[in-house]
Design a protein around this ligand. Structure first.
Ligand SMILES: NC(=O)c1ccc[n+]([C@@H]2O[C@H](COP(=O)([O-])OP(=O)(O)OC[C@H]3O[C@@H](n4cnc5c(N)ncnc54)[C@H](OP(=O)(O)O)[C@@H]3O)[C@@H](O)[C@H]2O)c1
Length: 348
């Protein structure tokens, strides 16, 4: 583990330089990693681990399209692909990658297959942190560890294939064997992380729920809609409103921020854009800060977990979700988006 300085603050991080892949494979050479769940994170992590030389099996319920997807990806029924219970039994490291609702539903089954000395691995602090609501309380004689890639399982796999990686956080909730650190870091490197930064289960879930409800998804969609609406009601065409709100951001500006930072993007805009953005930045921060404070409080009190678990328990969850996504898809801004994407030069 190295201490690195981030904006003046020291953090514990692990990179491949100090913990190379070879060491990770060697550390886990006698272990069987059972990846339970083959949704979004499952395939990314299982395939990366397998390609990196670890012993991996997959646990997935049968009679599901997801089982067929696992077979199509090369997992062999009875050899490397099993029902959830059997895979959990065979694994010495159980990577619990069902959906958060699925983890609650399958917990008794998986818990009963954990042997003393096994490791139980999560990619989200949800189940453990909100244990009063999820009922997920691991036995005391297993390691409980976390690696949470900061992005979709699809990106984790795509970047791995391109020879790149997503950064991940890691955490140890319970070190029953004294091997939890070596196990968690080996898995973090093995699933294809860029660098690993230290967290705990509670901080992971609080930051993750805040991020996705906030800037990554909720706030982003909200501010897009607000600006689009203002432009439209002032007589701007859908094309103009969409390009000025979304397309320029995703196609031109965010890639510059990703490469060289916000200051560099500002420095490379027109002086008119710079002056206005530097002034209005403070106003937007002031307006949204109380909303972010409310959001964090709602995460911290467990209210966000309660709402999520309640919604996921309903039998018509998927139907209702599809209705809400349809409403988003068919709103003018995103219908305009579909049209704008079709007109991109690479699609013509
Ligand atoms: N999505 C991401 O990229 C991402 C990023 C970082 C962390 N994570 C974390 O990684 C974990 C997995 O997330 P995910 O997005 O990959 O989940 P997901 O795609 O929603 O996972 C679905 C998996 O769970 C299974 N499942 C759901 N309910 C089940 C039940 N009642 N019984 C048995 N199996 C059930 C599904 O099987 P069927 O298909 O048969 O229903 C499928 O294998 C979560 O803790 C999540 O917070 C996810």
């Amino acid at each position: 583990m190295a201490k690195l300085n981030f904006g003046g603050v020291e953090e514990n991080v692990v990179t491949r330089d100090e913990f190379p892949l070879k060491k990770a494979v060697e550390t886990l050479k006698d272990e069987t990693v059972a990846v339970i769940g083959y949704g979004v994170q499952g395939p990314g992590q299982a395939l990366n681990l397998k390609d990196n030389g670890f012993n991996v099996i997959v646990g997935q319920r049968k009679n599901s399209k997801t089982w067929d997807k696992a077979v199509a990806d090369g997992w062999v029924p009875g050899e490397t692909l099993f029902e959830v219970e059997e895979a959990a039994k065979k694994g010495t490291i159980v990577q619990y990658l069902l959906s958060d609702a699925g983890q609650i539903a399958q917990w008794e089954t998986v818990k009963n297959q954990l042997n003393p000395g096994d490791a139980l691995y999560f990619s989200h602090g949800f189940g453990i942190t909100y244990k009063d609501q999820t009922g997920i309380v691991p036995p005391k004689d297993v390691d409980v560890i976390l690696v949470a890639p900061k992005g979709s399982g699809t990106s984790l796999r795509r970047l791995f294939v391109e020879g790149k990686g997503l950064n991940s956080s890691y955490a140890i909730f319970q070190d029953a064997t004294g091997k939890a650190y070596d196990r968690v870091v080996s898995l973090g490197i093995g699933v294809g992380s860029g660098y690993l930064f230290e967290t705990d289960f509670q901080k992971e879930v609080y930051s993750d729920l805040t991020g996705e409800r906030g800037i990554l998804m909720g706030a982003l969609a909200g501010v897009f809609e607000a600006q689009y609406e203002v432009l439209r009601k002032n007589g701007h065409s859908p094309s103009e409103a969409f390009n000025e709100t979304v397309e320029e951001l995703t196609q031109s500006l965010m890639p510059l921020v990703a490469e060289n930072g916000m200051d560099w993007m500002y420095a490379n805009c027109s002086t008119t854009a710079q002056r206005g953005a530097l002034d209005w930045r403070h106003k937007f921060k002031k307006a949204t800060l109380p909303v972010f404070d409310d959001l964090y409080e709602s995460v911290k009190t467990g209210e966000e977990a309660r709402v999520t678990i309640k919604a996921n328990e309903k039998d018509d969850y998927r139907v209702k979700l599809e209705e809400e996504l349809k409403e988003l898809r068919e709103s003018e801004i995103w219908k305009t988006g579909a049209q704008v994407r079709k007109l991109r030069p690479e699609n013509n």
